[in-house]
Write a protein of this length. Sequence first.
Length: 276
Amino acid sequence: MFKNLLILLLSTFLLFSCSKKDKQEVISKPSDEEIGKSMYAEAVEALKEGDAFYAAKKFKEAEGLLPQYVWSSKASLMASYADYSRNSYSNAIFGLERYINNYPADENIPYAHYLMAMCYYEQILDEKKDLKPLLKAKEKFEFIMKNYPDTDYGTDARFKIDLIIDQLAAKEMSIARFYMKTEKWISALNRLKIVVDKYETTVFVEEALHRLVEIYYRLGLEEEAKHAASILGYNYQSGEWYERSYKVFYAKYKPKKIKKEKEMGLIRRKIKSLFE
């Protein structure tokens, strides 16, 4: 009987010990959500300290562990921002497209579209580079203007589009000058007409009109040359480009250099002023 009592007491003790141990393990083990929030906080600190690569990694890990919609969407968006801040634009764009698809009702969707536009925009500081980022940035900023016109993003989008149009005009002018140097006059005319017709509000129209005068005159199309000169004179009569065009019709016409800033100087100054 005594032996049976000992066995009973030992069994009870072991059962109690196991139950207590299991309870302790359950209490001490953090949930996925807690781990996710800890990773999120760690990512925020890493971003503050300038380690955007590690921050992006942790934000992406946190998203998978955070079940709450508001937290997982934040982690997803912050991961894309971290990629953007380290100039990893392709990764940022991929993440933003995924965020927009996964969280279409999130309150930060306008910002996501703006950040994606900026990813393309940051790649267009040189008009001699690929036009694809230029055109994609324009498309995204136009989307923002159409869908979020009364937001800060809409206001900045209008400003950015003006700069992009300047860049597109600069690209056409650069190609036109190349064709002129190689005496491909028809190709040069086509590029110059694009500047005059599509980018008439840019600083490049004045030069484009003058170049049209030069080429038309060289090709013996005097009426067309006079027509381009009249448009130039009507809009820019006091300008030096008009003075040069006026001299085209005289035998002693000698082209002289125009003192002007490089096209990129204007773009970079405007971009710099945006962040001051």
